[in-house]
Design a protein around this ligand. Structure first.
Ligand code: C5P
Length: 398
């Protein structure tokens, strides 16, 4: 049941928009309140009158409708809901979302919101399969946007393949699932993510190529299973997910402090690419060439091993401690040794040799090393790795 749930339903411009009328009925039958938004393109497929009549609510169409801004601004409209559903989500809407554009009401609402978003894509099969759309899909998944469909089948345009919008009952099931108490409800999971920056002087630092994509996807997947997630992140290029507590840090020392402050946790996953060393003689002012040709002599000090510290805690250790191992050779042997050395329960090992495109890329091929041995998972996108890992973690925590 969806009693008292408030759904903001954005109807994009696609032939599948007619199915969204049925979706409105189904949502309301289950007790949800539906606030509809119809894009200009959507109006070509369903009429404003049918949408608002079925929703039994005011329909929002225009960003610059000043009455609406006086009654309820777009920021408030985007946040008043418990869930935003976009059905159909066109290739264009996905592209706008992925780019963070805000040139109409729908895209502005989607950019301004901090509410979970569920997309039901619908488009021609070639448009769906186009690398641009697939890139946008990966970006949006990384932003913790959830998807239902598209399905494979005959399309209105006469072609066959993936691109048909999910049926109203499937979308309804995805909506209900997003409100269901997941297997990690009531659990606190700590996730570290991203690189660390170790200063050389106030303007220079030592960093690595970690984008934070895998840790971000993992935090989103754990949140989706109902966990309360504390996400301690270095300066990552991928933005942190919605619906988690984000703690931003720069250096390994700060990350270590933030992790200690976030404990206790039921599980802790260390996906951050923490710098092993910091510059011990970092300068308080910008270092300058002195004309002699002499290069500065940097001295390094070892950073705290945050994973090992937590894994080896005598009291208050999280029930499950998971580390990552980015290796370039002999991945399984090194990762197995690392699991033992650090004292963690699992190591998620991946090969980050330059040829794999994994570090900073959208896909990952991991081997999960536990006390039972090594499990090699096929190469898949980082969101899929995250979901599988979150499921495994949930099964281990019950
Ligand atoms: O030893 P290595 O850096 O390869 O180990 C990787 C694992 O250890 C990752 O889970 C990483 O997040 C964690 N780590 C850490 N603190 C460090 C170094 C690594 O938590 N200083």
């Amino acid at each position: 049941m969806l009693a008292d749930k408030h759904i903001l339903l954005i109807i994009g411009g696609g032939i599948a928009a007619f199915k969204s009328l049925d979706l409105i009925r189904r949502l309301r039958e289950r007790g949800a309140r539906v606030t509809p938004v119809l894009t200009r393109a959507g109006e070509q497929f369903v009429t404003p009158l049918s949408v608002s009549a079925l929703a039994g609510a005011k329909l929002y169409r225009d960003l610059f409708d000043l009455t609406d801004e006086a009654e309820m601004g777009h920021i408030q409209l985007s946040r008043a809901a418990d869930l935003i559903v976009v059905a159909p989500a066109t290739a264009d809407l996905m592209a706008k979302m992925a780019q963070g554009r805000a040139d109409d009401l729908a895209s502005t609402l989607l950019l301004a919101t901090d509410t979970p978003v569920l997309l039901a894509p619908a488009m021609n099969v070639r448009m769906w399969q186009h690398p641009a759309t697939q890139r946008n899909l990966a970006t949006l998944r990384g932003d913790a946007v959830r998807f239902v469909g598209p399905n494979e089948g005959d399309m209105a345009c006469g072609e066959y393949g993936p691109g048909r919008m999910a049926e109203p009952m499937e979308i309804l099931a995805a909506v209900e699932a997003s409100f269901a108490a997941g297997p990690l409800a009531g659990k606190h999971v700590l996730v570290t993510s991203g690189p660390t920056h170790e200063p050389i002087d106030p303007v220079r630092y030592i960093a690595n190529r970690s984008s934070g994509a895998q840790g971000t996807a993992l935090a989103a997947a754990l949140r989706d299973l109902g966990a309360r997630v504390t996400f301690v992140t270095g300066p990552a290029t991928v933005p942190p997910p919605d619906g988690v507590t984000v703690v931003k840090v720069e250096t390994a020392a700060q990350m270590s402090e933030a992790v200690q402050a976030a404990l206790p946790a039921d599980a802790a996953v260390f996906a951050a690419a923490v710098a092993d060393w910091r510059v011990a003689n970092a300068s308080g002012s910008k270092m300058k060439k002195d004309g002699s040709g002499a290069a500065p002599a940097l001295q390094f000090a070892e950073n705290p091993d945050i994973l090992a510290q937590v894994a080896q805690m005598r009291t208050g250790r999280p029930g499950l401690v998971v580390g990552f191992a980015a290796e370039t050779d002999d991945v399984i042997a090194h990762a197995t040794a690392k699991r033992a050395r650090k004292g963690c329960d699992w190591i998620v090992a991946n090969d980050v040799s330059p040829g794999t495109g994994i570090m900073g890329g959208t896909e990952n091929a991991v081997t999960v090393i536990t006390a039972q041995g090594a499990e090699a998972w096929p190469r898949m996108d980082k969101a899929a790795v995250a979901r599988r890992l979150a499921d495994k973690l949930a099964a281990a925590l019950v």
